[in-house]
Design a protein around this ligand. Sequence first.
Ligand code: SAH
Length: 219
Amino acid sequence: MIKEPIKFERQRSEMVKKHIEARGITDPFVLDAMRTVPRHLFISEALMDQAYGDFPLPIGDQQTISQPYIVAEMTQALELKPDDRVLEIGTGSGYQATILAEIVFRVYTIERLHSLFIKTRRLFDQLRYHNIVTRYSDGTAGWPDESPFDAIIITAGAPRIPETLVRQLAMGGRMVLPVGDQHTQDLIKIEKDEDGLHQSSLGGCRFVKLVGEQGWKAG
Ligand code: SAH
């Protein structure tokens, strides 16, 4: 890992204690990952001092890096195991993808905005996350060649559950996504087994739009 100022390390461990553990996240894989990934490197230098607050921050192109608690909550809900293969829709800053990459064997992540795709791909290389595979496309179509996935996470708000992605979920797989209107959504978890699909709600959230064939129209 790269060297970092001691103040960020301290702020990060505070953040995990105050906003993640205190609010009920218990999965040791998730807590370790949140303690490890330097969130300040995923945002612009001007905002770095706010990196360890529990709120989303702008990352350019009208997109945001998610609030740390939501990242932890969604990751825990995926019930990850080290040999899992995970698909993420909405690479954005890359923060969520690296949290996943700290825990699982391989992460596949898709971004539809070219500038973010290029910038974040470069960051993954710099930080040596060699187990993250990136793709520039509409993630609502999923990644058929690499499916099925043990877990799928959508980090942008969908108008409805994208059927294509449900089909790319392995038997025993878990999927977490925000579903709702363009202002607020419900965080939904889907589990797939021999009896079919089981859906539960994790509570309210607020994400930028999932734009694509099975999402919102652009504009
Ligand atoms: N996981 C990101 C969150 C970024 S915000 C992080 O940790 O920073 C959501 C991202 O989803 C944006 O970058 C947006 O461009 C992207 N997005 C929206 N619709 C998409 C789609 N259909 N396919 C791929 N990416 C999409």
